[in-house]
Design a protein around this ligand. Sequence first.
Ligand SMILES: [Zn+2]
Length: 666
Amino acid sequence: MWRVSFKTLLAVLLCSFLFACERSPTPADAGVVDEAGFTAPSAITVGKHQQSQRALSAASQTEFMDASRGLLASPENLQVRNAQGEIIWDQPGYRFIKGQAPASVNPSLWRRAQLNNIHGLFEVVPGIYQLRGFDLANLSIIEGQSGLIVVDPLTTRETAAAAWQFFREQTGNTKPVLAIIFTHSHIDHFGGVFGVIQEQQARNGDIQVIAPKGFIKEAVSENVLLGVAMQRRAGLMYGQRLPRSARGHVDTGLGKEPAISGDVGILRPTHIIDHTPQRLMIDGMEFIFQHAPESEAPAELTFYLPALKAYCGAELVSQTLHNVYTPRGAKVRDALKWSRYIEEARQTFAEARVYFASHHWPIWGRERIDQFLRSQRDTYKYIHDQSVRMINRGFTAREIAESIALPEALQEVFSSRGYYGTVKHNSKAVYQAYMGWFDAVASNLDPLPPQQAGQGYVALAGGAKALFETARQAFDDGNYRWSAELLTHLEFSGEGNDAASELLAASYDQLGYQAESGPWRDFYLSSAFELRHGKPRKANSIAAAEQMLAEVPLELFYDALAVRILPDKVAGKRTAIGIRLTDLDAAHLLYLENSVLHHRPLQASDKTDAVLNITHAAFLKMMTGNLGLKGMLASDAVKIEGSRVRLMAFFAGLDKPAGDFAIVRP
Ligand SMILES: [Zn+2]
């Protein structure tokens, strides 16, 4: 048993109910440019919104009733701070989201943002509580015979503790926590575990911990190899630098935002879920688990409580179209498997009278749950099947994305709409999964990189000014995708100027305002923000993550070292370095040949240039950059055999990506 505490890795990575029938100007619409530089919504954007506003005004209010049903109490001023006193959760920051949608927000996303603003302690049914809007995800509590079973204790210790305290205060329930269920390997569902229980309780073996097969490995490994790039991109996807305002971040579609900069922990499971159906008695309650790996997460489960006729769908099903492809960057998910698991759950747990999950609000009633599961099932399968059909007709990813649309029956279902994932991106994900990036057009076998292409397009247009004028016309016509594309060529050609950057940013503003998807809005608006204010001054850092990284398999770290090799620095070198982790009794050989680094267990007969004897903790410090080379050599935790010079040269051959790379500019 062990515990970790570190500043969160981004994992990664909630009222007023009725829409008025006509839009009227709101204060949020006023002004041409706001203090962050965001421009006013254009007449074309306003026109688009008016159309969808009319459609929404007639929409059912069922979701608002569901999202409020069972509300026992809502905290008045929910702000959560970390140990440094920084606010890491700020619900009052979203109070501006009420009433009529401002013209700078897609009305459907605004509606979703209102739904996700409804927060507090809810009784789902007697025996099941949820704390919603204390973090990106929900914390659920099930009353057992003598204690409590906690499902998915949020992202950080601080947000989970706030939710937990609120539950205790409001219910007066003082029963002990006897079990924790981690539904899947994403950090917003486990990181806050030590806000709910004490580390000591876990160490004593007092707590049952249930998780899907592969949970620890997937949970700790996700960001090791690509962490730097994914964190940089996640900052854009979640609008990390955006103001919370009508022209800034309003919602992720899945919840308000991920809590970051708090303490994160994880617990090893005592019970593994690895098949379906898998029965388990937990504190006198019968649980039937579904094992759903490689769906929304690589390790995932859902479960059913026969006594309460309650189905917890985890994140296999949500009240939104989810990401088959996530724009922060990740391996694409399997839409077909995903759909099959939903159908399996529908059949296996057909008696369910209430559905609740790791995000969003529950659904009550057998018929409605069945309808929900069928529409979720069909949304993923439709995207899969129709994308494949069109691939076989010769359409490329962009063409499929442009023409695919859900059948009308599914378009009308709010939980199938693209508040988080989008049909366009998910169809591209299906293409990518089967066909890869190449579209079979020969000019794309070896296209010019963006900078050269940009210069070519500028020349073709008759110079930067002419290209700008064409883009300006496209912008004035409301063709923002085209103006953005043209201006990106200009930006990357190196021949742009401030006016061109601003017009590109203004194009992104309008695209962001029009987007129904929270991540799309945040990506567009964050890009506009970076064009106007520059890239972030420092990277999202994994520097403090070493305690959680202690669970990462060593082989993965050596893989992560190999992807940092600088070819120029190691050209022609053959080096063999031993790394012995003195407190783990683990030793590996790292050998370099042809500018490629390999690793395998160290054998007594191996010839090495140097052997680094180091404690696991010091090694992790080194991996996260908390302990530099000089510090390492001076440390008591380190002993070197062989050539110190060769060892230094080896580490000097490793790249150190700063994680603050440019995106909107070359
Ligand atoms: Zn989640």
